[in-house]
Design a protein around this ligand. Structure first.
Ligand SMILES: Nc1nc2c(ncn2[C@@H]2O[C@H](COP(=O)(O)OP(=O)(O)OP(=O)(O)O)[C@@H](O)[C@H]2O)c(=O)[nH]1
Ligand SMILES: [Mg+2]
Length: 287
């Protein structure tokens, strides 16, 4: 199975098999819904699609496909996130979505751009979390700042920033715990991490990226809403697009957060990460 297999094949197939008749829109809507776009977003896209076809007097399937492409691109399009250095990325998201793996992938990504990287083991909730990040740091030969299980994660971040400044590191990437059953504690912890980062290094660029597992579809939306209430989210890392994910969930997520997808993840190795490119993403759907 290639990247984003299911969703893309289905929409391509849809355009090769259908004429622009009465059933066309209903069936397209069903196709969008079954791609994890959700009912509201699918309806909205179909409405806009109909209006565009009408106002531009497009009556052929090829022309229609191009219009749908434009709409799908437009909905995920943002000005490119430009990284400034020193850069501090705090990675948030619930349990198991791929935070730690994405951090390793980003460390590799920035290393390839000739930027120095340091990791912060801010998930102090369990010992294994620090060990896991430590293993990645060793494998990638990047520096790591850690304390261990039960430590105050904001204090690990404080250490990280102190060390980042002393060693003139370009990119600090902070891992965080993701347990929602301690939601209010978790959110307070994230707030504290954010405050300390900004206070200790106001000249740096600070961003919070939320990691979302595309393979769980609409459930990602509930996670987004929970985080959005408490932390400022600057961008999205959409992971596990290599599995059974259909990719359409990107649409309601981006609409809810109104921030761009910055990276996509599509596997378990450090190279399975791309800077998000909206045209490429949509062309896998349609072309
Ligand atoms: N197929 C696939 N697997 C992934 C991807 N990203 C992460 N994983 C796997 O998902 C599992 C969880 O990844 P982690 O990075 O540990 O997730 P986490 O969010 O840090 O989890 P916690 O620390 O427990 O909250 C691991 O088995 C990863 O190898 C991806 O893009 N594709
Ligand atoms: Mg983790």
């Amino acid at each position: 199975m290639g990247i984003f297999g299911n969703f893309f094949k289905r929409i391509k197939y849809f355009f090769t098999k259908n004429e622009l008749d009465d059933n066309f829109y209903d069936e397209l809507e069903q196709t969008l819904i079954s791609s994890d776009m959700g009912v509201n977003t699918s309806e909205e896209i179909i409405e806009q699609f109909k209006q565009e076809l009408k106002s531009r007097m497009i009556k052929d399937v090829n022309g229609a496909q191009k219009v749908l492409r434009e709409i799908l691109i437009d909905k995920l399009k943002f000005e490119e996130v430009k990284f400034n250095y020193p850069l501090i990325i705090t990675v948030v998201g619930v349990n198991g979505v791929g935070k730690t793996t994405s951090i390793a992938k980003m460390a590799n990504y920035f290393n390839k751009q000739k930027k120095s990287v340091m990791l912060v083991a801010g998930d102090t909730f369990r010992a294994a979390a620090t060990e896991q990040l430590d293993q990645w740091a060793n494998r990638l030969k990047v520096k790591i700042v850690k304390q261990g299980e039960g430590a105050d994660s904001a204090s690990v971040v404080f250490d990280g920033i102190t060390s980042m400044k002393a060693k003139k590191i370009d990119v600090l990437i902070v891992d965080t715990a993701g347990r929602l059953h301690t939601k209010s504690n978790l959110m307070k912890e994230l707030e504290k991490i954010n405050n300390i980062s900004k206070r200790e290094y106001p000249e740096a660029m600070h961003i919070n990226l939320i990691v979302l597992d595309a393979s769980i579809g609409q459930n990602s939306l509930a996670q987004v809403q929970a985080f959005k209430e408490s932390v400022n989210i600057d961008g999205i890392i959409l992971t596990k697009l290599d599995g059974t994910a259909k990719g359409g969930v990107a649409y309601p997520i981006v609409k809810e957060l109104n921030v761009p997808i910055v990276f996509t993840g599509f596997g378990e190795t450090v190279n399975d990460l791309s800077k998000f490119n909206v045209e490429e993403f949509v062309d896998k759907i349609l072309m």
